[in-house]
Design a protein around this ligand. Structure first.
Ligand SMILES: *[C@@H]1O[C@H](CO)[C@@H](O)[C@H](O)[C@H]1NC(C)=O
Ligand SMILES: *[C@@H]1O[C@H](CO)[C@@H](O)[C@H](O)[C@H]1NC(C)=O
Ligand SMILES: *[C@@H]1O[C@H](CO)[C@@H](O)[C@H](O)[C@H]1NC(C)=O
Ligand SMILES: *[C@@H]1O[C@H](CO)[C@@H](O)[C@H](O)[C@H]1NC(C)=O
Length: 395
């Protein structure tokens, strides 16, 4: 990646950031801002800037991405809002703007209430790790380490000195992920054996844990650390391993058992390391978000949530049993889009629809799928669908 052009655009960005931060006002909610790290599950537009610098063609920047809510592609990998968007709305914060953005977008961007460093296709491990193993990232070579570096680079522009920065970070909600999904997805599609994938897990977890630790040392008081989704249920993975033997499939869901077991291994190791961190930092609130089981409840009983029975089939794609075709991905020629995305959980073979993200949001941030339970720390049960819930309603 052309990092020299990259740093130029970061410099421009930082100048704008400072102006906006100083003029912004804090809302009367539980957290004054959100700092977010991760991949396509949380990117609210960083990929747009990266793709324009590296001249990369990225699906999330093509129609019909964004069709349902933003009515244009924003870089979000869905038809509408993501979990982080619903979270921001429920906390009375504006949608969290991407760290990297176009100069033309300045007028619509308000940075005082958070910055999003998540990038489509970002990995937890460094790009060099995957490249050494022959896995090339077609969308973006950005790791969690890069995102932490951006965060530190932006701090001098959003707070005045060490204690001021500690206070700011302490009042903020840190969303650490989901990250790690790409570290597994790309090699799985590249047909890496399961033993090799399992060997990545402790390395991915160590990277996430050391990022959490670093943020705590910088003053973080409340962090949400999500696990990974059921990898073996995604249309992209099911299509890439279409000729697996029958006994490889979970007969209740149709998902591939070994990849879900990989995801569960990741999540169990993550939780045990988070428990250890909680002991070391008893005054810090470390929330585990169980993305896996929040999604599994939908996959096990799609009818309960208003989704079609063949829940693993995506709304947008180029055909096949899962409506996923690597040669005709959503956004490209020969792909079609379903009439009603609200009836589909999966949007494009990997990512969820806005309708599914809303259910996931409610299950996680207003329901039982976070530990400790998020809404007992910060009640936001008055959340309604739609934009612009004001902070005062949350008190
Ligand atoms: C990522 O790095 C690899 C190897 O250096 C390169 O082939 C690929 O084009 C890069 N991808 C992007 C999006 O920069
Ligand atoms: C930083 O300091 C300047 C003046 O020294 C002040 O105007 C500004 O409000 C301060 N910023 C924050 C975030 O406290
Ligand atoms: C740090 O910045 C804050 C906010 O601008 C200010 O009130 C405080 O005096 C500063 N502290 C030091 C040690 O400079
Ligand atoms: C599903 O698989 C389990 C264990 O592999 C088996 O005991 C059960 O009978 C199967 N159920 C159906 C409906 O095939």
């Amino acid at each position: 990646m052309a990092f020299s052009t990259f740093s130029l655009s970061i410099t421009i960005f930082l100048m704008i950031l400072q102006v906006l931060w100083n003029t912004s006002m804090y809302v009367n909610g539980c957290y004054t801002s959100i700092f977010s790290f991760g991949d396509s599950l949380a990117d609210t537009g960083n990929i747009k800037q990266i793709a324009s610098i590296t001249h990369t063609d990225v699906e999330a920047l093509r129609w019909p991405y964004g069709e349902t809510f933003f009515h244009q592609p924003t870089g979000r990998a869905s038809n509408g809002r993501l979990l982080i968007d619903f979270l921001a709305e429920s906390l009375g914060l504006p949608l969290i703007p991407p760290f990297l953005h176009d100069k033309e977008d300045d007028k619509v961007v308000e940075f005082g209430q958070g910055v999003n460093y998540a990038v489509v296709a970002a990995t937890a491990l460094d790009t060099s790790f995957h490249e050494a193993r022959g896995t090339v990232n077609a969308a973006a070579n950005v790791s969690l380490g890069d995102q932490l570096r951006w965060f530190k680079q932006s701090l001098p522009f959003i707070c005045n000195n060490t204690s001021d920065c500690r206070n700011l970070i302490g009042r903020s909600l840190i969303l650490m992920g989901e990250i790690g999904g790409t570290d597994y997805n790309n090699p799985i599609v590249g047909n890496k054996p399961i033993d090799e994938l399992n060997s990545y897990v402790p390395l991915v977890i160590d990277t996430i844990i050391s990022a959490v630790n670093e943020l705590i040392n910088m003053g973080a008081q409340t962090l949400v650390v999500p696990g990974t989704f059921p990898i073996g249920c995604s249309g992209m993975i099911l299509t890439s391993h279409f000729f697996e033997k029958e006994e490889e499939y979970d007969n209740r869901t149709g998902c591939l058992i070994k990849f879900n077991t990989l995801a569960e291994y990741h999540n169990e190791l993550l939780q045990s390391k988070l428990n250890h961190l909680r002991e070391i930092h008893p005054n810090v609130i470390i929330i585990y978000a169980d993305y896996y089981n929040a999604a599994m409840q939908i996959i096990r009983s799609p009818d309960k949530f208003g989704f079609i029975e063949m829940v693993l089939k995506s709304c947008c794609g180029g055909g096949g049993p899962y409506n996923y075709n690597p040669l005709a991905k959503c956004g490209y020629e020969f792909a079609t889009t379903c009439v009603d995305p609200n009836m589909y959980a999966y949007w494009d073979g990997i990512h969820f629809t806005e309708a599914a993200y809303l259910i996931l949001f409610k299950s996680l941030f207003q329901g039982p799928y976070t530990t400790p339970q998020f809404n007992l720390l910060c009640p936001s049960s008055t959340f309604k669908d739609g934009v612009g819930l004001s902070g005062s309603q949350l008190q």
